[in-house]
Design a binder for this molecule. Structure first.
Ligand code: HEM
Length: 543
């Protein structure tokens, strides 16, 4: 009897000791954390920190951690790097705007900055803050500012017209056309927009070889900026393993990118020699009209504009079309069509002629904002780094100091779906949230501050948001007024705000493939605008 008693006592003691050790281990990171008193997520492992916990979908995991621990701002450890994650809309907006100069820097990463970017310089979005970044951001800002939009009307017209024309040619005529994957068409629309701005060059074919090479290399490079794909950035010992595949891959992508960037710049030089160049960023700089920038800075600006738009616009626009194509989306399409007709009552041709110079249909503006919010293209934003200490406080917790040189990750996906800010239906695609209906017609609700955080905010906010809005707006107005978009039954879209993304570890979302049928609303009217459009746009580009 006493033997059993002492045995059970020993087991109890053993369990108590194990539990005590475990609880000490779980709270230990709080005491060891480099940012004193800022809540640290438990269960960091030696060497890798929280990388195991984050998996490949950092935004959704951090969103769940926020709700689980009821802390919108917390610290995590990515291998050897401490990062502060900010989740709620209010906190994200506050840290980006109230501390914008303290957050103006961006961190450098071994694979992306050390290997990929060693030849053409960093893009603006991946550059640490210094005088060169300031000059490049200013130059890009001038090209992408509101007054400059006017000079791109031909381009907006041509590219959105080519979208409609090529879709028409690919899907066939009649009321039951074949279903199609729309993303490659939108990729060309987005890439041609920035290629025209930077080099005065566009690709005619949706499956053009150079176009596909730029897209493939660009997407692969964007994966090299992801924490979950590049443990060697945070666990340095991995860099020295023999046959390091990541570094080899980064070098081969760098070589492929250097090749097409040189080709594009050489083409502009050649056009300048022959006097056939078009006004664009690189021609202005090569001709000495803009002398403050070096060659590497010119390459960096062009690279920033090309890479800034070619994935973000397709992610947003393709997914929006996915939502419109569902059975619930049919109602949204009809409301949008009615509103387009209300503002352009005369004819489809009149609407076509005006749709690229103004953004005046409220329902389409609401669709654009909702698509940008709901399908947050860059879920974890481009990382930021503090330049000085930030004193951070909120009403529920004591003030903490986030030290200078800390990585700050703003969870844009979580902020854009924050029910405290957008209401209980934040997880639904609902353009109506941006509208009010006095006298039963849609009018845009007056905006108080930022509508959403998909373009970031503050001193390093997206430079291309006005161009992006116009491209998405024009494409939607034209598509919806020409076609009813219907989801394929065999390849339907995934419309969940996180799961629509096939590659969650990438810096910018890549929507899962789906197909739609495009049913012409009025075949005769459609053919008229196609004929007129062909004549009008033929005058824009004479190669
Ligand atoms: C729907 C389309 C787009 C989305 C959702 C988007 C999103 C973003 C985001 C989240 C950032 C980082 C902001 C921050 O750190 O706060 C960014 C930066 C940037 N974007 Fe965009 N973007 C889009 C389109 C474009 C386009 C079309 C261009 C150029 C033509 C562009 C050029 C840039 C540049 C140059 C930066 C770097 C800014 C800096 O670091 O100073 N973006 N974008």
């Amino acid at each position: 009897m006493s033997y059993w008693l002492s045995a059970s006592t020993s087991i109890c003691i053993l369990i108590t000791v194990i539990l005590s050790i475990l609880s000490i281990l779980s709270i230990l990171p709080l005491f060891l954390s480099p940012i004193p008193r800022l809540f640290a997520i438990p269960n960091a492992l030696p060497i890798i920190g929280h990388l195991h916990l984050l998996g490949d979908d950092h935004a959704s995991v951090c969103e769940r951690l926020w709700r689980k621990y009821n802390r919108s701002v917390f610290q995590i450890r990515l291998g050897n790097t401490t990062a502060v994650v900010v989740n709620s809309f209010q906190d994200a907006r506050r840290i980006l705007l109230a501390h914008q100069s303290a957050l103006i820097d961006r961190p450098t990463l071994y694979t992306f900055h050390g290997v990929v970017s060693s030849t053409q310089g960093f893009t603006i979005g991946s550059s640490p803050w210094d005088a060169s970044t300031r000059n490049r951001r200013r130059a890009a800002g001038a090209v992408l500012a509101r007054p400059a939009l006017r000079s791109y009307h031909d381009m907006f017209d041509l590219e959105s017209f080519s979208l409609i024309q090529d879709l028409y040619n690919s899907t066939g005529e009649g009321s039951s056309p074949s279903s199609i994957d729309i993303r490659p068409y939108i990729q060309r629309l987005a890439l041609n927009t920035t290629l025209t701005l930077c080099y005065g060059i566009r690709m005619r074919g949706v499956y053009d070889e150079l176009l596909r090479e730029i897209l493939e290399v660009g997407s692969a490079i964007s994966l090299l900026r992801s924490a979950s794909e590049n443990y060697q950035d945070y666990v340095p010992i991995l860099r020295y393993l023999p046959g390091n595949e990541k570094t080899q891959r980064a070098k081969s992508l760098r070589a492929r990118r250097d090749k097409y960037l040189s080709f594009l710049l050489d083409t502009v030089r050649d056009k300048i020699r022959r006097g056939t160049d078009r006004p664009c960023v690189s021609a202005a700089i090569l001709k000495g009209e803009e002398s403050a920038l070096s060659d590497v800075e010119v390459s960096s600006i062009c690279l920033s504009l090309v890479s800034g738009g070619f994935e973000t616009i397709p992610a947003t626009l393709t997914s929006c079309i996915g939502s419109l194509a569902t059975s619930e989306g049919q109602i949204l399409q009809e409301k949008a069509y009615e509103d387009i007709r209300r503002h352009y009552p005369d004819s489809l041709a009149a609407m076509f002629a005006a749709s690229f110079v103004e953004e005046k249909v409220p329902y389409i503006n609401a669709l654009v904002k909702e698509a940008e919010r709901y399908y947050t293209a860059s879920a974890m934003n481009l990382p930021r780094k503090t330049t000085v200490d930030i004193t951070w406080s909120d009403k529920n917790h004591d003030a903490v100091v986030i030290p200078a040189k800390t990585m700050v990750l703003i969870n844009l996906q979580a902020a854009n779906h924050d029910t405290d800010h957008f209401g209980p239906d934040a997880d639904q695609f609902k353009p109506e949230r941006w509208l009010e209906y006095p006298e039963n017609v849609p009018v845009e609700k007056p905006l108080q501050g930022l509508p959403h955080l998909s373009f970031g905010a503050g001193a390093r906010a997206c430079s291309g948001q006005l161009v992006a809005n116009r491209v998405i707006y024009t494409a939607l107005v034209r598509l919806i007024s020409c076609y009813r978009i219907v989801a394929s039954e065999s390849h339907p879209p995934n419309t969940h705000y996180a799961d629509y993304n096939a590659v969650k570890s990438a810096l910018v979302a890549i929507p899962r493939p789906f197909k739609v049928s495009l049913v012409p609303r009025d075949e005769t009217e459609l053919r008229t605008v196609l004929r007129e459009g062909e004549i009008r746009t033929a005058t824009y580009y004479v190669d």
